[in-house]
Design a protein around this ligand. Structure first.
Ligand code: PAF
Length: 285
């Protein structure tokens, strides 16, 4: 596995792979890798002959007072994991290489970027769209892999690629969960032992919504109320939002007539956790 930090070197390496007829996949990450990231790399290796993983803690997607400085970083550990998983190339750019000091042009995520996470983190998705578009431009992948854990991000990136005619296919991959249901996230490392136990409240709330759908329920507001009740019963958790939404427009639904998505954001102590689950009316779970 090769590690490169310059844009020119990355372009050269990818060009060489393409000249050999290889399909190129990109897995963008911010490092602090866990099994969820590795599942993306595994999916990429199954679909492409040349797999690039980027590790870049992107400052522009963190708002003032957010955890950019504290975000976990462990490059040596990440590189060992990626090598074992079979990645071909790791791109580790410096911030100065990614952003000119007077960089001023950004990618606007459109109305989807103002909903849910965007309402709480108003500049977040512009930062994500900008860095992901730049990574696509630098690496030039045929395929790019993102986790469904950041469901709104996945929808916004899919929309960005469509609306800007970017020549890459976005592939969404299922959420990877701990044995007790907690969705894997680099931010889980912030949780104390008590908070870690309490954090299972997100998946329990989503399960409560899903159970109503399995039982034939179609009332999205009742599903939201069920999620809210589970969160309110957990003293260490505070609800930011819970909703059942259209899986593409992310608009909140009153009734579930077709596959939908339950989404939830919860604060456990100072840590903000998000999770989501497919809601399929009448389906066995
Ligand atoms: O999901 C993430 O880790 C980040 O938002 C991403 C896509 C790597 C962009 O910085």
């Amino acid at each position: 596995m090769e590690r490169l930090s310059s844009k020119a070197e990355i372009r050269g390496a990818v060009l060489a792979a393409k000249r050999e007829g290889k399909t190129v996949a990109l897995v963008p990450t911010m490092g602090a890798l866990h099994e969820g990231h590795l599942s993306l790399v595994e999916a990429a290796c199954a679909r492409a002959e040349y797999v690039v993983v980027s590790i870049f803690v992107n400052p522009t997607q963190f708002g003032p007072g957010e955890d950019f400085e504290a975000y976990p970083r462990d490059l040596e550990h990440d590189l060992a994991m990626l090598s074992a998983e079979g990645a071909d190339l790791v791109f580790t750019p410096a911030t100065t290489a990614m952003y000119a000091s007077d960089a001023a042009v950004t990618v606007d995520p459109g109305p989807l970027g103002a909903l849910w996470e965007g309402a709480v983190r108003p500049t977040h998705f512009a930062g994500v769209c900008t860095v992901v578009t730049k990574l696509f431009s630098i690496v030039g992948p045929d395929l790019a892999f993102f986790g469904e854990k950041d469901y709104q991000q996945l929808q916004i990136i899919t929309r960005t690629v469509r609306d800007l005619d970017l020549p890459v296919k976005v592939v969404g991959c299922p959420i990877v969960r701990e044995r007790d249901g907690l969705a894997m996230s680099s931010r889980n490392a912030y949780l104390s032992a008590d908070q870690r136990v309490a954090a299972t409240v997100l998946s329990r709330a989503l399960d409560a919504a899903g159970a109503l759908a399995t039982d034939g329920g179609r009332d999205a507001r009742a599903m939201t109320a069920a999620m809210r009740a589970v969160i309110e019963a957990e003293p260490l958790a505070a609800l930011d939002y819970a909703a059942v939404v259209d899986p593409v427009t992310l608009v909140e639904l009153d009734t579930v007539e077709a596959p939908a998505r339950a989404i939830i954001a919860v604060r456990v102590g100072d840590t903000r956790l998000i999770d989501n689950m497919a809601i399929t009316p009448g389906a066995e779970r």
